[in-house]
Design a protein around this ligand. Structure first.
Ligand SMILES: [Zn+2]
Length: 598
């Protein structure tokens, strides 16, 4: 995490305009107040992408992508995080960024010390292997070439308890806290000792290319611990990163799909053969964070795990995890070896040409199809297989639906349900019925289901929308009138009500509210998107005090009318006479209030 000073961020903002940066990617033409061009986020022939410099917003009316700042745009276009987008733009504008050193300085020092220790360790390990022919030959025999060994900085820890320890101690500057936290030393009874001894060292880089951990592989076939790994540290969280991504990011963006393998060896072998849009998990279950990370890079993934049953089961799980985040995912079927055994990608890559492997990858199976095809082999101990038992089919459908219900995108979800019906020969209706009952079991998804149609109908509420647009006028009298006369409860639409609440205190200020800072006040994603739409549609010359008065009086009338309706409904169910009289009186007062509204 970079702590960039606010001043620096503002400098970048002032230097680079929205039209300026977008013109790097899109040929823009001015049309009235807006600039228009072909959308960089979807394929199209007629321009539906609009940019408005004054309001600092952009929006595609074709695919719906929108945003409010130069940083937003670069984050979406270059698939960067927020701090990365600032650095990207600063570089383009030639601005030297200043970082806040006082903020969290102790933690930051610890982090940078641990990173430095890893760098020193890696240099030492690479120096070791240069001088050790038997270690080098071992790697050559296993099919690695010099280029890939150098690029991924593969080295050797020698058979010593203190080689690295002495090098680090001689630098004299590292605290014992950072040494222990680096995970490279063990605090043994006789003091610190090196954790990795007599092993081939594969460094693991974070996405910036800094070394954050190591995997050590023994060359001794009698050693039971074939691999040992760095523990998780403050700089290394297994479930948050992919091996190799630092070097393959560009290639993934270029190819628009990613191949995912399970281990470093598979990664290195395929990379060496020319498959560069590839990443590896570090032999752990696929996490939500990893799936989100993939989605930020591309929406197409091919899972290439070991061909044995364990690999197939892990691939299926990873596949569903990626589908949850709307990544279109396929699973590769690795062919059997000539003696009929399952192969891993490493073995496969030494047998077949990269062209063959690529064509096999492109023709791999959708997750659901793969799951169906291999369900019986993956559940060998279960007598209820799907080929010839109704119980087996039902179990399979249940398993799938439990995964499908996690998918965020309703369209993608429906497609999967249709496919499930095709695969199993069970009607769509029956599967849908089962799906609803599964969905209803988890109460959280039930809530969101009930809310959604309600939200949708409310989104069409033009009256509410108009009032929010009015809040962004440059005319102070209008803003003041709204802030003094409109109540939050009068909004019909929750998005608008919450937006109004967030910007309320700014209505009475001298300075009109600029769209960029307004949008930064809104945290909720739907509200944000809605506000961007409104700002885009709004046109200052259509905004008047008369319109504000009219809107507000209509909202007030609507609010009281709805109250009356509710009371009339309660009259029908109430049998108590006193109650009835009270309610009728209240209705009359409310009706008078409505009549009094101008
Ligand atoms: Zn678009």
């Amino acid at each position: 995490m970079a702590f960039i000073k606010e001043d620096s961020i503002n400098k970048v903002k002032q230097r680079i305009g929205l039209v300026d940066i977008i013109s790097d990617y899109v040929h823009l033409k001015q049309r009235g107040n807006d600039f228009k061009g072909l959308c960089p986020f979807h394929d199209e022939k007629t321009p539906s992408f609009s940019v408005n410099e004054n309001k600092s917003v952009y929006k595609c009316f074709g695919c719906g992508v929108s945003g409010t700042s130069v940083f937003n745009f670069v984050m979406q276009q270059e698939k960067l995080t927020y701090p990365e987008s600032i650095e990207f733009l600063a570089k383009r504008a030639g601005i030297e960024l200043e970082y806040d050193k006082t903020f969290n300085s102790e933690l930051k020092n610890l982090t940078s010390e641990i990173l430095e220790i890893h760098k020193i360790a890696s240099d030492l390990f690479m120096d070791n292997i240069k001088k050790n022919d038997s270690a080098k030959n071992y790697l050559f025999q296993r099919g690695f070439d010099d280029n890939v060994l150098t690029k991924f900085q593969i080295g050797l820890s020698i058979n010593s308890y203190d080689q690295l320890l002495k090098v680090i101690q001689n630098k004299k500057k590292f605290s014992s806290k950072s040494m222990l936290n680096s995970g490279l030393f063990i605090n043994a009874s006789r003091g610190y000792i090196d954790k990795f001894r007599n092993r081939i060292m594969f460094p693991i880089h974070n996405h910036n290319g800094e070394i954050v951990a190591f995997t050590g592989r023994t060359r001794d076939s009698n050693n039971k611990a074939k691999y040992i790994n760095s523990p998780e540290t403050r700089i290394f969280k297994k479930g948050n990163l992919f091996y190799g991504l630092w070097s393959t990011n560009q290639s993934i963006l270029r190819e628009k799909y990613v191949v995912i393998v399970e281990g470093q060896t598979d990664f290195l072998k395929l990379f060496q053969k020319g498959m560069t849009n590839i990443i590896a998990t570090s032999g752990t279950a696929f996490t939500d964070n990893q799936a989100k990370l993939v989605y930020r890079k591309t929406n197409k993934a091919y899972i290439l795990y070991d061909g044995d049953l364990a690999g197939m089961a892990a691939a299926t799980k990873a596949g569903y995890m990626l589908m949850k985040y709307n990544v279109d995912t396929k699973i590769v079927e690795i062919p059997k070896s000539s003696d009929g055994k399952a192969m891993d990608p490493d073995e496969w890559s030494s047998r077949d040409s990269i062209e063959r492997i690529r064509s096999k990858i492109i023709n791999s199976l959708d997750v659901l199809d793969f799951h169906f095809k291999y369900y019986d082999s993956m559940n060998m101990n279960d007598e209820n297989n799907i080929k010839d038992s109704k119980i087996g089919i039902t179990k399979f459908i249940n398993e799938c639906l439990n995964q499908i219900k996690e998918i965020n995108d309703p369209v993608y979800q429906e497609l999967q349900i249709n496919r499930l019906s095709e695969l199993t020969n069970v009607t769509n209706d029956s599967i849908l019925r089962l799906f609803r009952s599964i969905e209803n079991k988890s109460s959280s998804s039930k809530d969101s289901q009930n809310l959604e149609p309600e939200l949708k109908s409310k989104l069409n509420n033009k009256l509410d929308d108009d009032v929010i647009k009015l809040c962004f006028t440059k005319k102070k009298e209008i803003r003041l009138f709204i802030s003094e006369n409109l109540e939050k409860s009068w909004f019909q639409n929750n998005n608008n009500a919450n937006i109004y609440e967030s910007i309320f205190i700014h209505l009475s200020s001298e300075q009109y509210l600029d769209s960029d800072s307004a949008i930064s006040l809104i945290k909720n994603k739907n509200e944000k998107k809605h506000l961007i739409d409104l700002i885009f549609e709004m046109d200052e010359k259509n905004l008047s005090l008369k319109m504000a008065k009219e809107c507000i009086s209509r909202m007030k009338k609507r609010f009281y009318s709805q109250k009356i309706e509710l009371m009339r409904a309660s009259l029908k169910v109430s049998s108590d006479n006193d109650d009835t009289v009270k309610i009728i009186n209240k209705i009359n007062t409310l009706q008078k209030q409505i009549n009094g509204i101008k």
